[in-house]
Design a protein around this ligand. Structure first.
Ligand code: IPD
Ligand code: CA
Ligand code: CA
Length: 266
């Protein structure tokens, strides 16, 4: 087993445990809500419990790595490896009792994500990848969809920010995207959207303004499944626009987004 595969195995174990915990807690915690950046950004006790479980596990097995978690974990490290945790990606789905929320864990070094696990507790599917080691869904190798010949036949996933100004701009961009593709999906979990590109369900996915914990795991899983994954906006942009697509659809979709007015600055 390579070092990255060992980290992927650790991420997978912790993602499964945290997902099971969150699933158990869902009924009990649904009333326990506070808000972050706006009233639609829901933080539940399950978010915090899942992050604590993952953080404890990482500190036990990888005490010298850095950790960044959406719910506030910020631990410094000395190894050059940083773990990015989204304990529940798709919090709105979680809150409303919808499927489509996942636990996302990634180990990142100076060249990007090296190990990744995304666990969907409702479907009981574990998506995982190690750098140069391929991507797997419950142990089966995954590949992006290559059968879709052109953008007008493509099913494209995207997501919206929690901030009203950005949501308005994102909706305006969609006005130009929708007529040019087969259809749009907004599933509500960026990490899962990237995994669904990896497994060939969605043709492609784009979103602006994601955080590292949203995208770090799904990025590697999509790349290792054959997707081209890049930011379309420069490093200096406030909210970077991420695009994940099979290589033959990447440029046409990037051009469509460009014509539609992305990047999505209000
Ligand atoms: C959100 C989800 C959503 C995406 C948002 C994210 P959260 O994360 O991934 O699909 O559109 O940009 O902030 O708050 O559910 O962890
Ligand atoms: Ca998230
Ligand atoms: Ca989250």
């Amino acid at each position: 087993m390579t070092e990255w595969q060992a980290l992927t195995s650790l991420a997978a174990d912790l993602a499964r445990e945290a997902g099971s915990l969150a699933l158990q807690q869902r009924q009990a915690v649904v009333g326990d809500v506070t808000t972050k950046s706006s009233s639609t950004d829901i933080v539940t006790a399950a978010d915090q419990a899942a992050e604590a479980l993952i953080t404890d596990g990482l500190k036990h097995h990888r005490p010298d790595d850095a950790i960044v978690g959406e719910e506030g974990t910020a631990a410094e490290g000395t190894t050059g490896v940083t773990w990015f945790i989204d304990p529940i990606d798709g919090t709105t789905n979680f809150y409303y009792g919808l499927p489509g929320w996942v636990v996302s864990i990634a180990a990142v070094d100076e060249t990007g994500t090296a190990a990744a696990a995304v666990y969907d507790p409702i479907a009981d599917v574990l998506y995982s990848a190690s750098r140069d080691g391929g991507a797997f869904g419950n142990g089966t190798r995954m590949h992006v969809r290559t059968a879709t010949a052109s953008l007008d036949q493509a099913l494209i996933a995207t997501g919206f920010s929690y901030l009203p100004d950005q949501r308005r701009r994102q909706a305006e961009i969609l006005l130009d995207v929708v007529p040019n593709v087969r259809d749009i999906r907004r599933s509500g979990a960026a990490a899962k959207d990237l995994c669904l590109v990896a497994v060939g369900v969605y043709d492609a996915y784009y979103e602006a303004g994601l955080n590292r914990w949203d995208l770090a795991a799904g990025w590697l899983i999509a790349v290792e499944s054959g997707a081209r994954v890049e930011f379309l906006t420069p490093e200096t942009a406030d909210r970077r626009l991420l695009l994940a697509a099979p290589p033959h659809l990447f440029e046409p979709l990037a051009e469509l987004l460009d014509r539609a007015g992305a990047p999505l600055d209000p």
